[in-house]
Design a protein around this ligand. Structure first.
Ligand SMILES: Cc1cc2nc3c(=O)[nH]c(=O)nc-3n(C[C@H](O)[C@H](O)[C@H](O)COP(=O)(O)OP(=O)(O)OC[C@H]3O[C@@H](n4cnc5c(N)ncnc54)[C@H](O)[C@@H]3O)c2cc1C
Length: 390
């Protein structure tokens, strides 16, 4: 490890590894630091991603990353109506341990240096400018200088805050999650199940994502406001006790997802934020893998160019937020409006939507037909739904 790089990246999740890879490919010297011992572990994710989302960035999709393929989703209403919807594209349940590890390896192949067990705890400044990071590794403290620091440090991100960016989110916009990976379930392998009900997952939803061979990720995300009244894991335990009392729990996870719009500021002089750290998750689904890849590719390309041109000012890196908003960020604003409406629906309203959707033949059902039924009382949002789902 040197004491100076063009770019230091904090966090080796999908956002960090992808930014690192594209910046290095553009000729920058890059160091990526990860606080955990292993890249990809622990997995705090239900591991669902669409093929199209991955293909937006990854040229090849390795079969080893795919635990299972999904072709249909069943929406469950509070009164147990089941609305079936066939996917237009293939959905994957990934093996994120392998996926995240391989993304980091792609970065290494592009020339990135990686260090794990490296906990970044401060920014360095010179003449009031961001000039690198300070981290601890095996009980020692190290300073590394860089022209650019990238905060890809996930939902618990602190890099942005250290730099003075307002990163606060309303409690209600942090989906608080609990999940078990379970074994011995008798489930169709190619179907997702999503449950909407104030009793099961208030202001959120519960998911069953089958991983094949009788395994599944069963979890739920509820708004921070709802979680303040009752812990997500209590809702999950009640669901498990009622539906799968004999399932073996192989792994349990707790975590948050910033289901908000992208932060207003994601670049400063000498600094970028990417992925969950920049609140780039899809606010309605909480899906952040594909957005992290898409943002990471753009950020890496812009960072690489900024280094090559010798100008890492916020002004010269505006291409990153501009391209991000064109690619995803603007849609996320729409998803955010839809989320605020959908997650506040009462159980009776949800029941009515399921009833209406069941009148549409399965072959003609789409997310737009579902949202049309959901938004009858809010027609101004129907156009929004059409924009993002067609
Ligand atoms: C329960 C749950 C289920 C989810 N399910 C899905 C799903 O099915 N599909 C989907 O698309 N998304 C899902 N998500 C969201 C998804 O996991 C994230 O959006 C995605 O991982 C974001 O990638 P990232 O690289 O920005 O952050 P992360 O993957 O969180 O990576 C950040 C990395 O930074 C490291 N780090 C943090 N601080 C420091 C520090 N100070 N120094 C060094 N390293 C640091 C962390 O250890 C971590 O490895 C889920 C999230 C949760 C909590």
């Amino acid at each position: 490890m040197r004491d100076k790089y063009d770019i230091v990246i904090v966090g080796a999740g999908p956002a960090g590894s992808t930014t690192a890879r594209f910046a290095a490919a553009a000729g920058a010297s890059v160091l990526m630091l990860e606080k955990d011992r292993d890249i990809g572990i622990p997995v705090r994710c239900a591991e669902g991603a669409s093929e199209a989302g991955l293909r937006a960035v990854l040229e090849n999709i390795d079969e080893r990353w795919i635990d299972n393929r999904i072709s249909e989703v069943f929406f469950h209403s509070p009164g147990e109506k089941m609305v079936e919807l066939k996917f237009k594209q293939v959905g994957y349940i990934l093996n994120r341990k392998l996926f995240d590890y391989d993304l980091a390896q792609m970065a290494v192949r592009a020339g990135v240096e990686v260090l794990t067990k490296a906990y970044v705890f401060d920014l360095l400044r010179e003449d009031d400018k961001i000039a690198g990071i300070r981290f601890s590794h095996m009980g020692k403290t190290f300073d590394v200088k860089s022209r650019l620091v990238v905060g890809a440090d996930g939902v618990e991100s602190r890099v942005g805050r250290w730099a003075g960016i307002k990163t606060r989110t309303k409690m209600g916009d942090i989906e608080t999650c609990a999940q078990y990976t379970v074994h011995d379930l008798n489930l169709a392998d190619n179907h997702l199940h999503l449950f909407f009900s104030s009793k099961i997952a208030p202001e959120g939803y519960l998911w069953i994502f089958p991983k094949g061979d009788g395994r599944a990720n069963i979890g739920l995300g509820i708004s921070g406001d709802a979680a303040a009244k009752k812990a997500p894991v209590s809702y999950l335990d009640e669901f498990m006790a009622e539906r799968y009392p004999h399932a073996s729990i192989l792994n349990s996870v707790a975590g948050g997802v910033p289901c908000d719009r992208t932060l207003e500021t994601i670049v400063l002089d000498g600094l970028m934020l990417v992925g969950d750290a920049a609140h780039q998750c899809n606010p309605i689904t909480g899906g952040g893998i594909a957005p992290a890849l898409i943002a990471g590719k753009i950020a890496g390309q812009v960072a690489g160019r900024a280094i090559a041109e010798g100008d890492v000012s916020a002004k010269s890196m505006q291409d990153y937020p501009r391209r991000w908003h064109k690619a995803e960020g603007r849609n996320h604003q729409i998803f955010y409006r839809l989320k605020n409406y959908i997650y506040k629906l009462t159980d009776d309203e949800l029941e009515g939507i399921a009833e209406a959707a069941l009148h549409v033949p399965v072959a003609k059902r789409s997310l737009v037909t579902l949202f049309r039924a959901a938004l009858v009382k809010k027609p101004s949002l129907i156009l929004d739904a059409v924009k993002v789902f067609t």
